[in-house]
Design a protein. Structure first.
Ligand SMILES: *[C@@H]1O[C@H](CO)[C@@H](O)[C@H](O)[C@H]1NC(C)=O
Ligand SMILES: *[C@@H]1O[C@H](CO)[C@@H](O)[C@H](O)[C@H]1NC(C)=O
Length: 468
């Protein structure tokens, strides 16, 4: 059999990059005639964690690492970040990198270029794949229901001048093919209400139809209705694709030891994603809720970046400056407040019984994998949509809020938070039972003969057929 080569162009957000690399590894493990090169786009807008992540991947020596390469593209020095024009400017760099790959493969055992795997935000890279005369596959790092939602919104935007911003205040509902329930206007995801993000999202979505396939980080048993609704396109649900290899024992020994001492499923974990943070008033409401509820807790509390800066939250030197006076003393032994948290290691711990989450898609997949129910508190991007899907469509989460938005000025009061947390931590809730069942299904999906494993096989077959 001939050797084949794929080029991956992930969006340089750390969450997107890590799942793309994990998909690459799955493909390489199952097809030994395949090699993959991942192109790393570079702009200071993106997370500094990316560099360390890529270096750690380069340094790893697994049986597949000699078939997995990384190429750094030159840093883009424009000051203001604009996704569409950034991707546009990367095209010549991508082309040059791929030319080099092809030329260096000109030996007897040369690997032929079999296609591009392009992040959901970078679909204009299809132009470069076309120049090389090869197929494009999209890698979709959110769920199938949101993919269906975007395809629907793009259609009614183009055909009926649908405007998400007007719709948000209309107090009506949308009938979306990828959803069982009507979608309420108030839950319109933040990404679609932003004049900055809506146009590039629509542009990207318009080109999905040009791809030979769409690889989605989900699994059939989780989103069967949504996947079924997409059956006109070549959709490959190959998830859940997670990076669960990391362990918090080394970096967060004290926290992990504290968890060791807590009863099973007794601790509620609060964590709001890499861009999640609250103003002081909201922090205090969360603190009152936790204290009142009497539940054991582990709270990842982050400091917002200075106003106006496109920066990520950081850790407080002393969280007491934003917490209610005496809070830490009164909750000693019951709860812990920390900065950045090793989320996967925490969710994997048997002491964790519930997760107050911003509902980023990767976080949702992680909580399902470890069988931990969620209480929803979306912040940005498509998270409001994900919260709706988890609560209303799938019954896997309880609601604190589905329509919260970062920077909206809205404050969720302590009673509402406490109610959500108490509901989340009930031992016999139907959500807990359901999430345990879904956890087993998520693991089965990836096993030999499981749904995702079979989809991965058909994807590999499709890729290898490109050479024929
Ligand atoms: C981006 O480029 C800068 C400057 O060349 C470099 O220091 C940094 O490590 C690069 N980042 C990534 C993620 O490659
Ligand atoms: C980003 O760039 C695109 C294309 O270059 C342009 O049409 C758009 O207006 C820009 N967006 C913003 C928010 O400046």
């Amino acid at each position: 059999m001939e050797k084949a080569q794929l080029v991956f162009v992930p969006s340089p957000g750390i969450g997107h990059l890590v799942s793309a690399v994990e998909v690459a590894k799955l493909l390489l493990t199952r097809q030994h005639q395949l090699s993959i090169t991942v192109l790393i786009l570079n702009h200071s807008f993106f997370d500094s964690k990316i560099h360390n992540y890529v270096e750690s991947q380069r340094a790893s020596s697994s049986p597949i690492s000699n078939r997995l390469g990384f190429i750094d593209l030159p840093k883009d020095e424009t000051e203001i970040f604009n996704l569409s024009s950034f991707i546009e400017r990367q095209k010549p760099h991508v082309k040059e990198a791929v030319l080099k790959i092809i030329q260096s493969e000109s030996g007897v055992e040369s690997a032929q270029l079999a296609g591009f795997v392009i992040d959901m935000f970078c679909t204009s890279m299809i132009d470069v794949a076309n120049e090389f005369g090869v197929s494009s596959y999209i890698f979709y790092t959110s769920g199938a229901a949101f993919l269906g939602f975007m395809l629907y919104v793009q259609k009614i935007h183009d055909e009926e001048k649908f405007d998400p911003i007007e719709f948000k205040d209309s107090n009506t509902e949308l009938l979306v093919p990828s959803l069982v329930n009507p979608f309420p206007s108030g839950v319109m995801p933040s990404a679609l209400l932003s004049g900055e993000w809506l146009p590039p999202l629509l542009d990207s979505t318009r080109r999905f139809g040009e791809a030979k396939g769409i690889i989605v980080n989900t699994f059939l048993e989780l989103e069967s209705h949504a996947i079924e609704s997409l059956k006109m396109s070549a959709v490959y649900p190959v998830g859940p694709i997670l990076d669960v290899g990391s362990d918090g024992r080394n970096t967060h020994r004290e926290i992990m030891q504290w968890l060791d001492d807590q009863p099973p499923s007794s601790v509620v974990f609060l964590c709001f994603g890499s861009h999640g943070s609250f103003d002081e008033d909201q922090v205090k409401e969360i603190a009152y809720a936790l204290e009142h509820s009497g539940q054991r807790f582990l709270w990842s509390l982050r400091r917002p970046p200075p106003p106006g800066l496109q920066a990520s939250p950081s850790d407080y030197e002393d969280p007491q400056q934003v917490l209610p006076e005496g809070f830490l003393d009164r909750t000693v032994g019951i709860g812990k407040v920390m900065g950045w948290a090793p989320q996967v290691a925490v969710l994997a711990h048997p002491a964790i019984g519930g997760f107050v989450s911003h509902c980023g898609w990767n976080s949702i997949l992680e909580s399902i994998w470890f069988g931990v129910p969620i209480a929803t508190w979306p912040m940005y991007a498509e998270q409001q949509f994900n919260a709706f899907e988890m609560v209303m469509e799938l019954g896997l989460a309880v609601e604190i809020k589905m329509d919260y938005r970062k920077h909206s000025g809205v404050i969720v009061n302590c009673d509402e938070i406490e109610g959500g947390i108490n509901c989340l931590m009930k031992h016999d809730s139907k959500q807990r039972k359901k999430v345990k069942e879904m956890s087993e299904k998520s693991r089965m999906a990836l096993m030999e003969g499981g749904s995702s494993c079979s989809w991965l096989e058909s994807l590999i077959k499709d890729v290898m057929n490109n050479l024929a």
